[in-house]
Design a protein around this ligand. Structure first.
Ligand code: G6P
Length: 607
C-alpha cells in the first residue's frame, strides 16, 4: 500500500525522506516521489519504479536543498503507475504539494467541479482533487484551507501537505488511513507506518480519524476537524524495525489475515450504494448483460478457488450458468466460447502466465472479459475489457489470504449487481445487501471466535494427512482450506466433496485420522453430518467448522472451529478465516518458513 513520510528540522530533508521511503518499500509500491521546500520554493522529484531511481535522480538527496519536505511511495489505484500519477502532486499555482494514502470516493464529481472552475489536472489520480481544493480554499491560512478541503472529501485519506507560504511547516491529516507523528529534538516527522520513524525517534503520537497536525522543527500542534486544538501525549514504540514492518505480528501472513475486515471493507465501500450494488467500471457492460448466456471463470491457485466459491451466488442470483476452469487447462482445451460468453478472470497479481494465456485465448474467440484483479495497471487489468479492482493492498506473504477474500467479495457483489440489472431479484435484495455490508464485521467475529486454534494446531500438527470435507459452498471453501494447509505447513491436505467419500477416500480413513468437516450451509448440513458419523465410526477425529449454537454438529465433532451464522450464499469469506488461522498455526508448530514457503512464488509468471 502507499507510504507517506514527512520531515521538518535543521538538517537536509531529502536524505531523511529517501531513507524513510526505503523503510516503507516492504509494503509494495510502483512509483515514488519527494517534495522539498527551500525557503519559499518547492521542488518535486518523482520516478516510476524503485526508490533507487529516485536516489539516483536526486544524488541521494544532495541535489535537493531544503530542510522541510514530504515523500511518498505509490501503489497504483486510480491511474497507471506513471511518473505523472506518482505523488507528490502540486497545485496549479505551485503553492501546495501533497501526498495521499487512501481513496477519495467522490473524486469524479470534485474533478468535474474543479475543471469547470479552471483548474488543470496533470494526473489521473483521485488525489489531485485535494491539492486543487487546497488552492481554491486558501485565503492566507493553511489550517482553514485544510478544514474546508477535508469537509469536501468522502473516503479515506492520510495526507501530508506543505505550503510555500509557510516555510518550515508540514501538515498531516488523517481520516480512516493511518498516520503517526514522530517527536524529535529540533526536528519532527510523520509517517504512515512506524517503520519509517523508529530510526529517528521512538516517541510517537497516533493521529485519530478527523484530526490534523501542524509540525515545525520545534513544535507539534494537533487539531480536531473543527480546528479546535487538542492535546495528545506521545507514546514510546518498543518494536524493532522488523516487528514494526509486520505491525507487531510474527509473520506477514498473520498480519494479512487480520487485515481482512479492512480489505473487504475497502473493496465493498466504493460499490455499495443505498439503492444497491453499483460498479462504475462496468457501465459499459450493462447493455450487453442480457445477451450473456454463460459466465466462464478462469484463474490459478487460490484465485481459481475464489471462482469456485463465487459460482454459487452468481448462478443462484443472476441465473446465468457459470463454469469455473483452471487457466492452465482452459488455455489448451479448445473452449466453446463466443460473444455471448462473459469471461471472468481472477488474479491477485495480474501477472500469472497461465491466466494471461487463457484470457488471450478466450478473447480471440470473442468473449467479453472482466478481470477481478488487485494490481492496477497489471497485464490482466490492461488486457481486460473491464477491470474491477480488489482493494486488498499489497500482499507480501506468498500464501494469499486477503487476496482471496476480496476476490470472493467482488464475485458476491457481481452476483447481486447482475441479478439487479437483469431484474432477477426481488425481496431478497435488501437482506442480501445488508449481508454484504456486514461482512467486515462478520470476518472480525470469525477471527475473534477462534482463540483455541493454537491449541488445536498443537494437537493436529503431526498428522500425516488432513482431509477436508464439505458439500456445495462448504466444498468450495474446503478446497481453499486444504490448499492453505499444504502451501505453508507441508502437510498432505486434500479436499473432498463429502458425498464422494464412499467412492474412494473413505478407504484412507483409519484410527486418529483427522477430518475437517465444513458445516456452514444449513441446506446440506444433515448430509455432511452423516459423513462425519461415517468417518468417526472408522476411527477418524473430526474437527468441525460450524456455528456456535449448532448442537447437532457439536455433539458429533471431537473439536470445533467457529464462524458466525451467515447466509450460505455469502459464507465463504467468513468460513475460510478459521482455516487460514489453522494452517498458519500448524505451520508455526512445524517450524515452517510461513511467509516464504519452499518451492512457491508469490506470482507465477512462467508456465
Ligand atoms: C501463486 C500464489 C497463489 C495464487 C496463485 C495465482 O500460486 O502463490 O497464492 O493464488 O499464484 O496468482 P494470482 O496472482 O493470479 O492470483
Amino acid at each position: 500500500m502507499c507510504g507517506i513520510v514527512g520531515f521538518t528540522g535543521r538538517q537536509s530533508a531529502a536524505p531523511v525522506l529517501l531513507e524513510g521511503l526505503k523503510k516503507l518499500e516492504y509494503r509494495g509500491y510502483d512509483s515514488a516521489g519527494i517534495a522539498v521546500m527551500d525557503g519559499k520554493s518547492i521542488t518535486v522529484n518523482k520516478v516510476r519504479g524503485r526508490i533507487a531511481n529516485l536516489c539516483e535522480k536526486t544524488k541521494d538527496g544532495a541535489k535537493v536543498p531544503g530542510t522541510t519536505g514530504i515523500g511518498h511511495t505509490r501503489w497504483a489505484t486510480h491511474g497507471a503507475p506513471t511518473e505523472e500519477n506518482a505523488h507528490p502532486h502540486l497545485s496549479n499555482d505551485g503553492r501546495f504539494a501533497i501526498v495521499h494514502n487512501g481513496i477519495i470516493e467522490n473524486y469524479l464529481s470534485l474533478r468535474e467541479e474543479l475543471t469547470q472552475d479552471g483548474y488543470h489536472f496533470l494526473s489521473e489520480t483521485d488525489t489531485e482533487v485535494i491539492v486543487h481544493l487546497l488552492e481554491m480554499y486558501y485565503r492566507g491560512n493553511v489550517r482553514d484551507a485544510l478544514i474546508k478541503t477535508a469537509n469536501r472529501l468522502r473516503g479515506s485519506y492520510a495526507l501530508g501537505v506543505i505550503c510555500s507560504e509557510e516555510p518550515g511547516k508540514i501538515y498531516a491529516v488523517r481520516e480512516a488511513s493511518p498516520l503517526i507523528l514522530g517527536v524529535g529534538i529540533d526536528e519532527n516527522f510523520f509517517a504512515s507506518d512506524v517503520t519509517a520513524l523508529v530510526n529517528h525517534t521512538r516517541n510517537v503520537i497516533y493521529l485519530e480519524d478527523g484530526e490534523f497536525a501542524e509540525l515545525s522543527d520545534t513544535s507539534i500542534r494537533i487539531f480536531d476537524c473543527s480546528g479546535q486544538e487538542i492535546h495528545k501525549k506521545a507514546t514510546r514504540v518498543l518494536w524493532d524495525v522488523q516487528a514494526a514492518e509486520k505491525g507487531g505480528y510474527e509473520h506477514f501472513m498473520l498480519k494479512e489475515i487480520m487485515e481482512q475486515p479492512g480489505a473487504v471493507k475497502a473493496t465493498l465501500a466504493p460499490r455499495m450504494k443505498e439503492h444497491g450494488v453499483e460498479f462504475e467500471e462496468l457501465t459499459g457492460l450493462l447493455p450487453k448483460l442480457p445477451s450473456i448466456r454463460k459466465i466462464l471463470i478462469t484463474a490459478c491457485g487460490s484465485a481459481y478457488y475464489a471462482g469456485c466459491a463465487g459460482k454459487y451466488a452468481l448462478e443462484h442470483l443472476a441465473r446465468i450458468p457459470v463454469e469455473v476452469e483452471l487457466a492452465s487447462e482452459l488455455r489448451y482445451s479448445d473452449p466453446l466460447i463466443d460473444e455471448s460468453t462473459l469471461l471472468i478472470v481472477i488474479s491477485q497479481s495480474g501477472e500469472t502466465a497461465d491466466t494471461i494465456a487463457a484470457m488471450k485465448e478466450c478473447k480471440a474467440r470473442g468473449a467479453k472479459t472482466l478481470a477481478i484483479v488487485n494490481v492496477v495497471g497489471s497485464s490482466v487489468a490492461t488486457l481486460a475489457d473491464f477491470a474491477v479492482y480488489t482493494w486488498a493492498g499489497p500482499e507480501i506473504a506468498v500464501a494469499t489470504t486477503k487476496g482471496y477474500t476480496t476476490q470472493v467479495t467482488v464475485l458476491y457483489m457481481l452476483a447481486l449487481y447482475f441479478a439487479d440489472h437483469l431484474n432477477r431479484i426481488g425481496e431478497e435484495k435488501a437482506r442480501l445487501q445488508e449481508a454484504l455490508q456486514a461482512m467486515p464485521r462478520r470476518i472480525q467475529e470469525s477471527i475473534d471466535m477462534n482463540a483455541n486454534i493454537p491449541a488445536l494446531a498443537r494437537k493436529y500438527h503431526k498428522a500425516k494427512a488432513l482431509f477436508f470435507i464439505g458439500r456445495n459452498t462448504d466444498y468450495a471453501v474446503a478446497l481453499e482450506g486444504a490448499l492453505k494447509m499444504k502451501e505453508i505447513s507441508y502437510l498432505h491436505a486434500e479436499a473432498y466433496a463429502a458425498g464422494e467419500l464412499k467412492h474412494g477416500t473413505i478407504a484412507l480413513i483409519e484410527e486418529h485420522q483427522p477430518v475437517i468437516a465444513l458445516c456452514a450451509n444449513p441446506s446440506i448440513m444433515e448430509k455432511t453430518l452423516s459423513n462425519m458419523v461415517e468417518v468417526k465410526s472408522r476411527g477418524a477425529e473430526v474437527l468441525a467448522l460450524t456455528f456456535r449454537n449448532n448442537q447437532k454438529i457439536l455433539s458429533v465433532a471431537d473439536d470445533l472451529l467457529f464462524m458466525p451464522e451467515v447466509d450460505p450464499l455469502f459464507s465463504a469469506v467468513m468460513e475460510i478465516v478459521p482455516l487460514q488461522l489453522l494452517a498458519y498455526y500448524v505451520a508455526r508448530e512445524n517450524g515452517c518458513d510461513i511467509d516464504k514457503p519452499k518451492n512457491l512464488a508469490k506470482s507465477v509468471t512462467v508456465e
